[in-house]
Design a protein around this ligand. Structure first.
Ligand SMILES: O=C[C@H](O)[C@H](O)COP(=O)(O)O
Ligand SMILES: C=C(OP(=O)(O)O)C(=O)O
Length: 359
């Protein structure tokens, strides 16, 4: 035994400013339990998405909603509008609201509703987790399933029981930790292609995520533990563009060829935003029109679309002390609801046209 107490501060935590307490997933779930109806909706919608991915349902999965959530009431106002359209188009589109709480940044910036819910650098993460879970429950209560990006490796324990579809983003598709996480998630998961446009990393991610893994995580009680997963058979690629867009028929063909070579299902979701729209939000309309034309012409390998859409179009900066405009994105620019509804109807018509062709 050493005769002196070791000075742990000498080489440890030298760049830490603070370590604050975190509530546990179990506590949050006790405070905000999921009603039976919400759990039933999550179960049904996950199964519905899986049926589309396995070719047993010819509808198109449509993940539609704001680039990021920053306001509860505005997100619910959006959800009400989307729910009406989801019901009207339910025969053709399997609608999932994009409810993104975690934003991966290219360098720095606001990292989302969980990380900094007050958008003022106070990083009230315990509040953010509660606010996120509360919103998910409220959206589910409207009868709308929810999709989100899983960026943090521990936050899923707080909310993933309420999520029907998950995304791993372009900046994390190549990360072993995120692939392991996806292998244990209870919902279908889409992997974005890399920011450079590389689809191989997403195909590799699917291969990795469908395999079992063992890794370190945190339990519902907030304890570190070793998790052993079974593997996730419900993963797919999301084409989001890179150095160039990748939503054309030729891009879909190239991606599917690559998937086939890896022994994977030939199917893609197309993200109409990000590098496919060159971050020009209105270009999503043109991308969706091209995708609709491919589907109407009989393309069965496009099984989903993603659209970034809010109540009002464009984006705004977060400026301390300045009020924010109602229903306008604080991250990437979005289509307005008025611009979004016709795009959804066009996609639904394309699915009908594909059916008529017997494809
Ligand atoms: O979807 C949102 C953004 O494209 C992503 O978070 C990266 O944003 P940034 O390049 O503005 O940091
Ligand atoms: C960050 C996102 O996308 P990507 O990972 O494709 O940049 C997103 O969909 O919000």
């Amino acid at each position: 035994m050493p005769s002196h107490t070791q000075d742990a501060t000498r080489t440890n935590d030298i760049r830490m400013r603070a370590v604050r307490p975190l509530l546990t997933p179990a506590l949050l779930q006790e405070w905000l339990p999921a009603p039976d109806a919400a759990l039933a909706l999550v179960e049904q919608s996950r199964a519905g998405i899986a049926r589309v991915l396995h070719g047993e349902d010819d509808r198109l999965i449509a993940v539609v909603g704001p680039c990021s959530i920053h306001d509860h009431a505005q997100a619910l106002e959006y959800a009400q509008r989307l729910k009406a359209e989801a019901d009207a188009l339910a025969g053709e589109l399997l609608m999932v609201m994009r409810v993104y709480f975690e934003k991966p940044r290219t360098t720095v910036g606001w990292k989302g509703y969980i990380n900094d819910p007050r958008m003022d650098g106070s990083y009230a993460i315990n509040d953010g987790l509660q606010m996120a879970r509360r919103l998910l429950l409220d959206v589910l209560a409207l009868g709308l399933p929810v999709g989100t990006e899983f960026l943090d490796l521990l936050s899923p324990q707080f909310i993933s029981d309420l999520v029907s579809w998950g995304a791993i983003g372009a900046r994390t598709t190549e990360s072993q930790s995120h692939r392991q996480l996806a292998s244990g998630l209870s919902c279908p998961v889409g992997f974005k292609n890399g920011t450079d446009g590389g689809v191989k990393v997403a195909a590799d991610a699917i291969v990795a995520a469908q395999a079992p893994h063992a890794f370190i995580g945190m339990t519902q009680m907030g304890q570190a533990a070793i998790f052993e997963t079974r593997g996730n058979p419900d993963c797919h690629v999301i084409l989001r563009g890179g150095k160039a867009p990748n939503y054309s028929a030729a891009d879909v063909q190239a991606a599917c060829q690559l998937l086939a070579q890896a022994g994977l299902r030939e199917q893609v979701m197309i993200d109409c935003s990000h590098a496919n729209s060159a971050k020009q939000h209105r270009r999503q309309i043109d991308v969706a029109a091209d995708v609709a034309a491919q589907i109407a012409a009989g393309e069965r390998r496009i099984t989903g679309v993603m659209i970034e859409s809010h109540l009002n179009e464009g984006r705004q900066d977060i400026t301390p002390g300045q009020p924010l405009q109602h229903g306008v994105s604080v991250t990437d620019a979005c289509l307005s609801w008025q611009q979004t509804a016709p795009v959804l109807r066009q996609l639904a018509e394309a699915v009908k046209a594909r059916r008529k062709r017997g494809a």
